[in-house]
Design a protein around this ligand. Sequence first.
Ligand code: IPM
Ligand code: MN
Length: 355
Amino acid sequence: MGSKKSYKIAVVPGDGTGPEVIAEGLKVLKAVAASQSIKYELVHYDLGGERYKKTGEIFPDSVLEEFKKFDAIYLGAIGHPDVKPGILEKGILLRMRFELDQYINLRPVKLYPNVPCPLKDKGPKEIDFVVVRENTEGLYTGGGGFLKKGTPDEVAIQESINTRKGVERCLRYAYEYTAKRKKDSKLTLCGKTNVLTYAFDLWERTFKELAKEFPKIKTDYVNVDATCMWMVKNPEWFDVIVTDNMFGDILTDLGAMIQGGMGIAAGGNINPKGVSMFEPIGGSAPKYTGKNVINPLAAICAGGMMLETLGEDKAGKRIEAAVIKLLESGKLKSLDAGKMGMSTSEIGDWLAKNI
Ligand code: IPM
Ligand code: MN
């Protein structure tokens, strides 16, 4: 791997602070690529709230077709204060995940040294796990509808779609990822088998079947409510957690908080055989837009994940090492926007220089 001549990367800076954090991510990418002789080519796309306001276009089919020819997509943030919530998120972010079949949402929850953690007596040794979230099914498919909308007899149905194929490929990815990660070789299925007796019956049966193919991996099952509890009380129990789309969405915001906040949490939307997309998991943070105060570390770490997924392991690790070095230096006063003691661009400059 990592032998490709030149990577083609689609860049979608998006809304709010997205462009600012992506600019720093690209700065760091440029530095690491130079040091590792990696060649790449960038094509920028202006998807997001501004384009929608100007042209009414959300995500043209032609752009989607173009994305299929890239090696990866690097995205800042989607969500605009003047656009009704849901339009851009569904029309861009979710559509990209679905149409490019990015069926894994990979979210490492790793507390780096010197990062304040809201959990008492927990440090980097205790907080180091990964959530593998199913990314194309469950409650996110849009299945369901209204009956008698707007009347006193209104019914709203939102269905969770779980297919054997979708569940199995997600679980298989999680088993393989756990084997590769070599921490405790432990995979935890997070569900709700005591109430959601159809969906998580399928998940649990498939989980147990696949376990036979991975005899070296220890398996465990925890209900989602208890998973929240243990993530706060005993996060060291986890190595890899695999779960459905909705539970994964919720768990990973909790995860982001115990690893130091949205400023540092990165995610990958992965199609192992296709085009994957990498993003900081925080939103577009409109109130900080254009002030050079937003934390770019999550976007920079997402860039590192992108390189690792492309097979450029060393380059990815170098980005992580530089981020750790910055955190250890004590230069950053906080990871929260507006309180960092360094500007957005100063962080990017420092990392690019210290790569
Ligand atoms: C995330 C976000 C999205 C999700 C929203 C913006 C649609 O919260 O990436 O976790 O729910 O997946
Ligand atoms: Mn979310």
